[in-house]
Design a protein around this ligand. Structure first.
Ligand SMILES: [Zn+2]
Length: 82
């Protein structure tokens, strides 16, 4: 059984959540990604094969594969708004 690397808790829950992949200045958001979540500190753990699939899909999209949805994201430097 898996133990949380951060808090040592052993209670992990299967969840499906959003995952943001970033490579250089490019982002891709995946919804409903399976993860084990620590019930105590909420740290998420992804299986290596899940992360590999995400990476593969990211590069496929960079090479022209169509995605189901695109959003635009505002960007601001914190020193300009603080
Ligand atoms: Zn934890």
């Amino acid at each position: 059984m898996k133990t949380c690397n951060f808090c040592g808790n052993k209670n992990m829950q299967q969840t499906f959540s959003e995952y943001t992949y970033k490579h250089d200045d490019k982002y891709m958001i995946f919804n409903n990604v399976p993860a084990l979540e620590c019930e105590f500190c909420k740290e998420k753990y992804y299986e290596a094969k899940v992360l590999k699939q995400i990476e593969k899909e990211f590069f496929a999209v960079q090479n022209g594969k169509k995605v189901s949805k695109k959003i635009s994201v505002p960007v601001e430097d914190f020193s300009d708004v603080a």
